[in-house]
Write a protein that binds this ligand. Structure first.
Ligand SMILES: [Zn+2]
Length: 111
């Protein structure tokens, strides 16, 4: 259900930017910390846009790795699970990336 609500939000953004023009493909960046499964998202997109002017458009999901910056040793570390500790042992870290959810581009149908 998480994916469906994300798709609904994306569809609203896309409709606004497409401004009535037909859309071929929508590209989005999703941070790994969003805990979204790209395949599930693509499928949810089909369900969400079915019967709307966006039906038939493809959602292309680009996953952004989660990166943590350490405030003690300065290292940037890519994490695969949401454990916010630097390999040096410090928990004085901040999230550099991984929380994105951005529509990066729209491909409109050739007229
Ligand atoms: Zn560190």
């Amino acid at each position: 259900m998480h994916e469906l609500s994300i798709c609904t939000a994306i569809a609203a953004i896309v409709r606004e930017h497409a401004d009535g023009r037909p859309v071929d493909r929508v590209r989005i960046d999703v941070g790994a910390l969003r805990q979204v499964v790209p395949d599930t998202l693509a499928y949810s997109w089909e369900v969400t846009v079915d019967g709307t002017p966006l039906a038939g458009s493809i959602l292309e999901v680009h996953e952004i790795p989660a990166v943590l910056a350490c405030g003690d040793c300065g290292a940037d570390t890519t994490i695969s699970v949401p454990v916010f500790r630097c390999p040096c042992g410090s928990t004085s870290t901040s999230v550099v990336s991984g929380q994105e959810l951005l529509v990066t581009s729209l491909e409109l149908c050739p007229v």
